[in-house]
Design a protein around this ligand. Structure first.
Ligand code: FEO
Length: 396
């Protein structure tokens, strides 16, 4: 992407990864690529805030060289995950006297990942470093989303360098929010929150309060993935407050899979019932849907109904895959229900109930199980079941 001036003396020197389609190994789909944003602050002392994935190290080094041919004084590691620290060994090889600034937990991880014999300055919330005209203030954000996380605030610029927080997996040609489609940005920000930060929502809420109580002015939020919030920072801050509080709309997801079409007919009838009762609903066949997109859709939806036929006493694997994700993420405040069809013996529905309960999703309907294929009466029963679930959603 080359170098972009973010503010006077502050440069974006990271990299755009247009090609990545899977992040965290196979655990997060990145349909729109991503970016690894690193920031260079040029002052009496020079500081690099975060690096990039190791394969983009040459680009990072060339960008730094273009802005600041001298040596770096500080390398701030807000977060050690390798998408941000991967190029640290190459940066430190070129700047052996630079001081790595990070939390104590980050030091522990960096030693393990890279074993670098580097100079360290360990910081905690409230600590700061003077660069000359700029101050770097550090705020620890443990478990957002790793124990080592912190963010860096530059008061002279009212700039928050937030690392993963407020980020989006979104490659761009223009780095600022107001030069991009805000709906796409918010869609990717929501997907990021839903798939990565959901388990830590209580901590997010607490940390947002803590930052608000610092009475610091934030005019720009520069995360380490996706666009920089130059104009719509208030929108992402209020979205994070809403998501952390598990606020949701009366909306239902019907997630299912099918062997010979019976559960599919049920799913479509259930969807009709929900919709006819006045609650918007969306249907996801698990085997042809993206698991992470389903999780993102659930972020602001109140209800989820999950169906599968029985195979080998259990559910179809694509349905189990979605439920496994939900069990790990534990989205708060959701209502749910289970349905399915079987031949001589069931098992799938009981498995779905168990997963939903373990995900913290409140089962508010008796499960709907049928044998063999649904006829007109059973399909009507499915519509009623969907409508009754919709009524419970509307009561909330
Ligand atoms: Fe973008 Fe937690 O790494």
């Amino acid at each position: 992407m080359g170098v972009v001036k973010v503010l006077p003396d502050i440069w974006l020197v990271g990299a755009v990864d247009w090609d990545i389609r899977s992040f965290h190994g196979p655990s997060y789909s990145t349909h729109r690529g991503t970016t690894y944003n690193a920031y260079l602050i040029v002052d009496d002392k020079t500081a690099l805030v975060d690096t990039v994935l190791d394969s983009f190290a040459p680009e990072l080094l060339a960008n730094i060289e273009q802005v600041c041919p001298g040596k770096l004084d500080y390398v701030i590691v807000n977060h050690i995950e390798p998408d941000h620290s991967g190029a640290l060994p190459q940066v430190m090889a070129r700047n052996p006297d630079a001081i790595v600034v990070c939390t104590a937990r980050a030091r522990e991880g960096l030693d393990s990942y890279y074993g670098g014999n580097w100079r360290y300055h360990i910081v905690k919330s409230g600590d700061s470093i003077e660069l000359g005209r700029h101050t770097l203030q550090f705020i620890e954000t443990p478990m957002l989303h790793w124990p080592d996380n912190m963010v860096t605030y530059v008061p002279q610029k009212k700039l928050l360098l937030s690392n993963d927080a407020f980020g989006q997996h979104l490659a761009w040609s223009h780095p600022f929010d107001d030069d991009n489609d805000l709906d796409i940005i918010m869609t990717e920000a929501a997907k990021y929150y839903a798939n990565i930060l959901t388990p830590f929502s209580r901590i997010v809420a607490k940390k947002l309060d803590e930052i608000a109580n610092l009475n610091i002015e934030i005019e720009m939020i520069a995360p380490s993935h996706g666009v920089i919030w130059r104009r719509h920072g208030g929108k992402i801050l209020s979205a994070y407050s809403r998501w952390a509080a598990a606020e949701a709309n009366p909306r239902v997801l019907v997630v299912y899979d099918t062997m010979w079409g019976s559960t599919e007919k049920m799913a479509r009838a259930v969807l009709e019932g929900v919709a006819q009762a006045g609650v918007p609903a969306r249907l996801f066949k698990a085997s042809v849907s993206d698991r992470n997109d389903i999780v993102a859709e659930l972020l602001e939806a109140k209800g989820i109904l999950v169906g599968s036929p029985t195979i080998n006493n259990g559910m179809l694997v694509p349905v189990g895959s979605v439920l496994e994700e939900l069990r790990a993420l534990k989205p708060a405040g959701k209502l749910g229900g289970a349905f399915g069809s079987h031949g001589w013996r069931g098992g799938a529905v009981a498995g779905i109930e168990k997963y939903l309960a373990e995900a913290g999703i409140q089962l508010v309907a008796d499960s709907l199980q049928i044998k063999w294929a649904p006829g007109p009466e059973v399909l009507e029963q499915c519509r009623r079941w969907g409508a009754e679930f919709a009524a419970k959603i509307k009561e909330q």
